[in-house]
Design a protein around this ligand. Structure first.
Ligand code: 2HG
Ligand code: ZN
Length: 477
């Protein structure tokens, strides 16, 4: 860790503590520690104190003070970033601003299909609040028990229902944002239609806290489907999986909400490391899919129609085996086979992650070219390429060979990453499909982003945050 060059004067910290009020900060080493390291333990920084304001007005006051003193701010929600986007750097001059005390649900409006809440609300709580009124908040991801509304907006989170409902951006109806000079942008209107000039709130979605601090949001809700059907299917190839997706869409339109691909090795890792899991299909197959549809017809009809579509897919050779959930418990068991892959991969040992996207139709070609590429660069390593096939987004991850401590895989990490990302660039894909840039991929963004887009990003950053106090070193160098 680099040294603390020039600590903030103690009198400044006293001023800040007074400004933040009772319960408004954390200061001891033990209290700060969880805020100074990211969830993957890849990044370690230092903050002199963690600010915990309890209102938007207090956030604004805090930001005004930071702007006046040129002190940098690192906004943090549930601290579940995969790219170190919410971890301070090691210079000791950046103050972590946790939004966790901003946790009020303002309103849930089932008729207007909107929910308004503070940035610090945990996603699972918002999903429950929506469900209690018969509505669906369709953002769904592994960290939903700890990630926060402000965090998933600031990172434009994806998850496992993007195919039907889009990424977080498509769920945002309104935002409240504290700007880097302390002004408050109040666009908590919840309007579905508003064509009054530039839609400035869009700038803050996916900006990873580099342009301002999201303090509250109005989110679009959806009707809850009358019934849900869930299946785990074995497929011979990714191309067959894509043919199946087209078949399901012909039969059920946009009811397909989840279409997740996983290779045999991913299933094996889950079966090995996650107690209570079991393989629902007979035999071994190279690829599997977790499929879910939310339908408007009652359960018996929905199940019959789904089964007949899958029977036709079996006949066409698109799938080779399938297990359909017939109870809530079975559905959960099938979901665990997909959701626990990241944990199982972690438990298996050292690995590399690549969060990439290419056009859905080109994914099979990308997977075979990419497999050959990494086999050459990391002989023996296991490719665990899984993810959101329906969105063209894959976690093109590697795990070291069995009984290998992974040292050589990690040592070759940069070379492998560049090779994978070069391939992605040739496919005109994305080097960060859903996890963002944070501090991990700043150089990658510079290397692969369209120069015109990059120049515009820098212009926007300069205009909105001329002092450069908002989450410095993230997204842009
Ligand atoms: C998922 O899809 C997450 O499960 C995590 O985006 C992916 O751990 C990963 O590489
Ligand atoms: Zn993912």
């Amino acid at each position: 860790m680099s040294e603390i060059s020039d600590p903030l004067p103690p009198s400044w910290l006293e001023e800040l503590k007074a400004l933040l009020g009772p319960g408004g900060h954390l200061e001891s080493d033990a209290d700060r520690a969880p805020f100074e390291t990211d969830f993957r333990a890849l990044h370690h920084g230092h903050t002199p104190l963690v600010a915990l304001p309890d209102s938007t007005a207090r956030v604004a006051e805090f930001v005004r003070w930071c702007a006046a003193h040129r002190v940098a701010i690192v906004p943090q929600g549930g601290n579940t970033s995969y790219c170190g986007g919410a971890t301070p750097r090691a210079n000791g001059r950046e103050i972590v601003l946790s939004l966790r005390r901003l946790d009020r649900i303002h309103s849930v409006d089932p008729d207007g299909d909107a929910l308004t809440a503070d940035a610090g609300c945990v996603l699972a709580r918002l999903q429950e609040a929506a469900a209690a009124t018969g509505r669906l908040l369709p953002m769904s991801l592994g960290s939903e028990g700890s990630c926060t509304l402000g965090g998933i907006i600031s990172t434009n989170a994806g998850g496992t229902a993007v195919l039907r409902y889009g990424m977080m951006r498509s769920l945002v109806l309104g935002l409240e944002v504290v700007l880097p000079d302390g002004r408050v942008l109040d666009q908590l209107t919840g309007l579905a239609k508003d064509n009054t000039g530039y839609d400035v709130k869009q700038l803050f979605i996916g900006a990873e806290g580099t342009l301002g601090i999201v303090t509250a949001a109005c989110i679009r809700l959806h009707p809850q489907p009358a019934s849900t059907v869930t299946a785990f299917a074995a497929v011979p190839t990714p191309a067959a999986a894509i043919a199946l997706l087209a078949r399901l869409r012909r039969a059920a339109g946009n009811a397909v909400s989840t279409f997740e691909l996983l290779p045999r090795v991913a299933l094996e890792l889950v079966l090995r490391h996650i107690p209570g899991t079991r393989d629902p299909c007979g035999g071994t197959h190279p690829w599997y899919l977790l499929i879910e549809l939310g339908l408007n017809e009652p359960a018996p009809e929905a199940a019959l129609r789904f089964e007949s579509t899958l029977a036709a897919a079996l006949e066409a050779g698109e799938i080779t085996d399938v297990a359909i959930a017939t109870s809530g418990a079975q559905r959960e068991a099938l979901w665990r086979l997909r959701e626990e892959i990241p944990l199982a991969q972690r438990r298996e040992g050292a690995g590399l992650k690549h969060d990439v996207a290419v056009a859905v139709q080109r994914l099979p070609e990308f997977i075979s070219e990419g497999s050959a590429l990494v086999a050459g660069l990391a002989p023996g390593a296991r490719l665990v390429a899984y993810g959101h096939l329906g969105d063209g987004s894959l976690h093109f991850n590697l795990t070291a060979a069995e009984n290998d401590d992974g040292a050589s895989l990690l040592a070759a990490g940069d070379e492998i990453r560049h090779a994978v990302h070069d391939l992605v660039a040739r496919y005109r894909g994305s080097i960060s499909a859903e996890h963002g840039i944070g501090q991990l991929k700043v150089a990658e963004l510079e290397r692969y982003e369209d120069p015109v887009a990059l120049a515009l990003m820098r212009d926007i950053k300069r205009v909105i945050d001329p002092l450069g106090i908002m989450n410095p070193g993230k997204v842009l160098a």
